[in-house]
Design a protein around this ligand. Sequence first.
Ligand SMILES: [Zn+2]
Length: 71
Amino acid sequence: MDTITLTHKVRGLTLICRQCGNTEEPVTLDLGRFRVEGLTRDTATLRCLNCHAAVTIQLHELDPIAFARAG
Ligand SMILES: [Zn+2]
């Protein structure tokens, strides 16, 4: 289930797909190597655009980039 892991850092986070090794350190929700889809009030689906693995995450896990625009 944890095919894609999110590692929180001091500033932002790192996305790592354990299935294919795809990684990204996004600073906005406009991801390049992953995609956020299936947004609901509390959850989202994070998909790896390389191998199409997907994982459901809690929306708050994206807070570091969702609210980092000022930084
Ligand atoms: Zn992948």
